[in-house]
Design a protein around this ligand. Structure first.
Ligand code: SF4
Length: 249
C-alpha cells in the first residue's frame, strides 16, 4: 500500500490492540474499510516529526499517519504494556495532531492461549512472522498452515523494519519474543516474551533505541545467543554477523 492518492478510507492501527476494540471500530467505520498496520514500512516519506533517535517502528507510525492523512478514519493505538512507552507517546502526538485515536490496553485477563503454529512451524521465517502479524486482525485459522519442526535456530524480537535479515535464517527457525506473544494472543506477557529454547542458537533482534534492548542483551548473555540491533535498513555488517552466527552454530 504505497499510494496515498486514493480517497479510500483506512483504519490505522499499531501494536496488538484488543480484539473487541478493533471490532467495535470496524463496526462503526465499516467492515469493508481496509486496515493498515502503521508499524510497517509502507514507503512513506520522512515526516521529520520525531527525533532521529526514535526507534524505526515508532517513526514508521508517524510517517505512515502523515502520509495517509485525510484517509485515516481512525487510529487504533496499542498503548499498554503489550507495546511500549513509545506507543503511548505516539498516540498522544497523533491525537494532538488532529487524528482520531482510540487507545487500547490489552489486560492480562484477556490473554489468550492460542496454539503456536507459525512460531514453531517449518516455513520461511519472513512468511511466518508476516502471518503471525495477520492474526492481530484476523485470528481465524489460515490456509496452508506449516507443519511443526524441531528448532535448529531461534529468532527473538519484534518484526523488523527491514525483513532482509530474516532471509538468512533456515525454515527450521523458531520465533520467540514479542512476535511469539502475538501468535499466542498474549502481548505484554513478559514471562512468555523471555522464554526461549534452551540450547537453540538464537539471534536476539531489536530496533536501535528500543527499550527491549535491555532484555535482548540479558537473554543473549544468558543463553549464549547473538544480540543485534539496527536502526533503519539492515547493513552488510549486521547481515554478515547474523550469517556467521547461523552458519557456525
Ligand atoms: S521497536 Fe521497541 S521501542 Fe519501537 S515500537 Fe517496538 S517495542 Fe516500542
Amino acid at each position: 500500500m504505497k499510494s496515498s492518492s486514493s480517497k479510500k478510507k483506512l483504519i490505522g492501527y499499531f501494536g496488538f490492540p484488543r480484539r473487541d476494540i478493533l471490532r467495535d471500530v470496524r463496526d462503526r467505520v465499516g467492515f469493508d474499510v481496509p486496515l493498515v498496520d502503521l508499524d510497517v514500512d509502507h514507503g512513506a516519506p520522512d515526516s521529520g516529526v520525531l527525533p532521529v533517535t526514535t526507534c524505526r517502528i515508532i517513526t514508521n507510525i508517524i510517517d505512515n499517519a502523515m502520509n495517509f492523512r485525510g484517509r485515516l478514519a481512525v487510529v487504533v493505538a496499542a498503548v499498554g504494556e503489550g507495546k511500549c512507552d513509545r506507543g503511548r507517546h505516539v498516540s498522544f502526538l497523533l491525537g494532538n495532531m488532529g487524528f482520531e485515536v482510540v487507545e487500547s490496553r490489552f489486560p492480562p485477563e484477556e490473554f489468550e492461549n492460542r496454539e503456536l503454529v507459525f512460531s514453531t512451524g517449518h516455513a520461511p521465517l519472513a512468511d511466518k512472522i508476516e502471518r503471525i502479524m495477520e492474526t492481530v486482525v484476523d485470528p481465524s485459522p489460515q490456509r496452508n498452515m506449516p507443519g511443526p519442526c524441531e528448532p535448529t535456530h531461534g529468532f527473538w524480537g519484534v518484526p523488523p523494519h527491514d525483513f532482509r535479515v530474516l532471509e538468512l535464517f533456515p525454515p527450521t527457525t523458531h520465533v520467540y519474543g514479542w512476535t511469539r506473544c502475538v501468535e499466542a494472543g498474549r502481548p505484554g506477557d513478559m514471562e512468555l516474551e523471555c522464554r526461549v529454547g534452551e540450547g537453540v542458537p538464537t539471534v536476539f533482534f531489536t530496533q536501535s533505541f528500543c527499550a527491549k534492548q535491555d532484555i535482548a542483551r540479558y537473554l543473549a548473555e544468558k543463553y549464549g545467543g547473538l544480540a543485534i540491533d539496527c536502526h533503519r535498513e539492515i547493513n552488510d555488517s549486521i547481515l554478515a554477523k547474523v550469517e556467521a552466527f547461523i552458519r557456525l552454530s
